[in-house]
Design a protein around this ligand. Structure first.
Ligand code: FES
Length: 352
C-alpha cells in the first residue's frame, strides 16, 4: 500500500517504503536501463546503467540499490545521467571482446541494445580486455568470459533464484571472473545445468550450446507452452525456426515457475525431433510389432479391458500413472479407472 510520495521527473508519485527508486520508476512507466539488476534478488549496483540524479545527493545514485525516500526529487533523463550511462557502456565494451557480428547473442544482448540506443561505439578506451579460451567441454552451456561484463546476474540466479550455489566471483581486479569451486569447468563442478545463468546473462558470455548457429532471434518465433516433464506446469517459450525447436527459455512473469526451469525443461527437447520417436501406435502380432492407427489400437485396448473385466471383475485390472505426466493426464487416468473400469486400483509411479 503506497504511503509515501516523491517527485519523479517533475511528477508526484506514490510509493511504499522499502521500494527502490528503480521500482518506483518502472511502476510509473519511466524507462531506466539496467544490466545487473535481477528481480527479487539482492541489488548489487555493479553495472551503473541505472544511474539517476537525486536533488541534493553528492553523486549520481544507482536506482536499483537506492531506497526511495519521502520527498525525494529524482531525475532519470538528464544530460548528466546520459553522459554517465554512455561512459558505463564504453567502459564495459572496452573490458571485453564484443564482436557483435559473430556473437550468438546478437539481437538479444542488452549491452548491444544500450550501446545502440545511447550511440556508443567502442574504441575510446584501450581497456583491459583479457582473452579467455571458450569453455564448451559440457554438452549444454558455452561460457565465453571474454564477453562477460561481471554484472553478477548469473551468480545471483544460481545462488538466490535456484539456490544451487555452484558459481561465484573469483580472483580480483582485472583478473576477476565468475568461477565454480576451484575454477573448474561446469561439467566438473556442482553445476546441475538448470541453465538459469544462461537465461539471465545479458550478453553472449553464456549461451545454449545446442542452439549455436541454428537461428538468430529475428528468424525465430516464440511459442508459449507448458513443460511436458512433470505436473508442476512450468511455463516456457519454444524458440522455433522452420518448425524446429532451437532452444527453450522460461516465461519470466508467469506462475508457477516465474522464469525458472530445470535441466529437463530447458534442455531436454531433443526427443521431439528424434528419428527414433514412435509416431504411430504399434500392435504386437506373432511376436512382431506392426504399425496401427489410433482407432485400431484404442479399440483393441478397450475390447481387451472389457473382456478381462467381464471374465475376472474390475479389480483384476490396475493402472499406474506416470510421474512425468501432467496433472490433467493423471486426473484423467484415475477417472478412467474409477468411473469407467470401476476399480480403485490406480496409483502413481512417484510412490514406488
Ligand atoms: Fe543498477 Fe546495474 S542495474 S547498477
Amino acid at each position: 500500500m503506497a504511503t509515501a510520495k516523491l517527485r519523479l521527473n517533475g511528477n508526484e508519485v506514490e510509493f511504499t517504503p522499502g521500494d527502490t527508486i528503480l521500482q518506483v520508476a518502472w511502476r510509473n512507466g519511466v524507462k531506466v536501463p539496467t544490466l545487473c539488476y535481477l528481480k527479487d534478488c539482492t541489488p548489487t549496483g555493479a553495472c551503473r546503467m541505472c544511474l539517476v540524479e537525486v536533488t541534493g545527493a553528492r553523486t549520481l545514485v544507482a536506482s536499483c540499490a537506492m531506497p526511495a525516500a519521502q520527498g525525494m526529487e529524482v531525475f532519470t533523463d538528464t544530460e548528466k545521467v546520459h553522459r554517465a550511462r554512455r561512459l558505463a557502456i564504453e567502459l564495459l565494451l572496452s573490458s571485453g571482446e564484443h564482436n557483435c557480428l559473430l556473437c550468438e547473442a546478437n539481437g538479444e544482448c542488452k549491452l548491444q541494445e544500450y550501446a545502440y540506443e545511447y550511440g556508443v561505439s567502442a574504441g575510446r578506451f584501450e581497456g583491459t580486455a583479457k582473452h579467455y579460451p571458450i569453455e564448451d567441454s559440457n554438452p549444454l552451456i558455452i561460457r565465453d568470459f571474454s564477453k562477460c561484463i561481471l554484472c553478477g546476474r548469473c551468480v545471483q540466479a544460481c545462488n538466490e533464484v535456484q539456490v544451487n550455489r555452484a558459481i561465484g566471483f573469483g580472483y580480483r581486479g582485472a583478473e576477476a571472473k565468475i568461477i565454480t569451486t576451484g575454477d573448474r569447468p561446469y561439467d566438473q563442478s556442482d553445476c546441475v545445468f538448470c541453465g538459469q545463468c544462461v537465461q539471465v546473462c545479458p550478453t553472449g558470455a553464456l549461451t545454449e550450446k545446442k542452439a549455436k548457429g541454428l537461428g538468430r532471434p529475428w528468424e525465430t518465433k516464440k511459442i508459449r507452452t507448458t513443460c511436458p516433464y512433470c505436473g508442476v506446469g512450468c511455463q516456457m517459450w519454444l524458440h522455433v525456426k522452420g518448425n524446429r525447436i532451437i532452444k527453450v527459455t522460461a516465461v519470466e512473469e508467469a506462475q508457477p515457475n516465474r522464469g525458472r526451469l530445470c535441466v529437463k525443461g530447458r534442455f531436454g527437447y531433443d526427443f521431439i525431433h528424434s528419428p527414433e520417436r514412435l509416431t504411430t501406435p504399434l500392435i504386437k502380432e506373432n511376436g512382431e510389432f506392426r504399425e496401427a492407427s489410433w482407432d485400431e489400437a484404442l479399440d483393441l485396448v478397450a475390447n481387451r479391458f472389457m473382456e478381462i473385466k467381464e471374465k475376472h471383475g474390475p479389480d483384476s485390472i490396475a493402472g499406474v500413472s506416470c510421474a512425468r505426466s501432467t496433472n490433467e493426464d493423471s486426473y484423467q487416468m484415475q477417472k478412467l479407472f474409477r468411473a469407467v473400469i470401476g476399480t480403485n486400483n490406480i496409483d502413481h509411479c512417484a510412490r514406488t
